[in-house]
Write a protein that binds this ligand. Structure first.
Ligand code: GSH
Length: 268
């Protein structure tokens, strides 16, 4: 059996692309394994028991160890391979700023991915006759609030989000915006209102590894939007959990809603 790291991911996934770019940027050898999240394969009990109880990707397998959550994967690799210190910081202050960013991003910019998910993927998952206005509005709300903070705080005085060198924070945020960019989710006038984000995004896009990791997303979403391609989803649950506005999208997954009796079931 190979002792190489296995990286389970899907190229449409923002967190998967972030950690994959980290592997590539640092020349870390790994085996790519695509998990087809257009199906329910990752929701099976077997997948959850073997890899990740949440059923999500990315997942890094290193021997018996399974690491999930993209930032935890980045941190693990950073320590294991003693990567250059700009990725996760060298001083206490630098490390803290990066920690602060990745915690902030997880419940803001990341959930703003709902603007993309409910615009581009949801009609292919649930059908084009369904109305996702509420989900899209929620996604846009979180996304636009996050863009304000990126522009006026994280990028206020520096070329990168956590200083003047690239860090893991930039990879995590960049791949959120790659999806929005590929799906034309952010209108031109909104980009224009955020000049620092625009320049930073171009700077990040010019990295060779950014291109290698994002090409699939740009090409696939371009074809989908041009009507040249339809991604066949055989699953009927959301892929970006936590961005729903109504219950019922995530059958099998606890989702709190006025019609949901999950708490009652647990308490019984
Ligand atoms: N907090 C996780 C989120 C990972 C995540 O959202 N993965 C999505 C793809 S973007 C996924 O696996 N969705 C499939 C599913 O939930 O069934 C991380 O940052 O790694």
């Amino acid at each position: 059996m190979s002792s190489k790291l296995r990286y389970l991911h899907h190229p449409a996934s923002q967190p998967c692309r972030a950690a994959r770019q980290f592997l590539i940027e640092n020349d870390i050898p790994f085996e790519d394994e695509i998990v087809d999240i257009t199906t329910n394969i990752n929701e099976t009990q077997e997948f959850r028991d073997t890899y990740n109880p949440t059923g999500q990707v990315p997942i890094l397998v290193d021997g018996d160890l399974k690491v999930w959550e993209n930032v935890a994967i980045g941190r693990y690799l950073n320590e294991k391979f003693d990567c250059p210190s700009h990725w996760f910081g060298s001083t206490l202050e630098e490390r803290t700023r990066i920690n602060q960013f990745v915690q902030w991003y997880a419940y803001t910019l990341r959930l703003g991915g709902g603007a993309f998910h409910w615009t581009i993927f949801a009609p292919m998952i649930y059908g084009t006759d369904k109305d996702f206005t509420a989900e899209r509005r929620k996604g846009y709300h979180v996304l636009y609030e996050s863009l304000e903070v990126l522009e006026n705080y994280w990028l206020k005085d520096s070329d990168y989000l956590c200083g003047n060198e690239v860090s893991y924070a930039d990879l995590a945020a960049f791949h959120e915006l790659v999806s929005h960019d590929a799906g034309n989710i952010i209108p031109e006038n909104v980009w224009k209102k955020h000049p620092r984000i625009t320049v930073w995004f171009e700077r990040m896009s010019s990295r060779p590894a950014s291109k290698a990791v994002s090409d699939w997303q740009y090409e696939t979403i371009r074809k989908v939007m041009a009507g040249e391609m339809k991604v066949e989803f055989s699953r009927r649950t959301a892929v970006l959990k936590g961005t729903e506005a109504h219950g019922g999208h995530n059958r099998g997954i606890p989702h709190l809603d006025e019609n949901d009796d999950y708490i009652a079931q647990v308490e019984a």
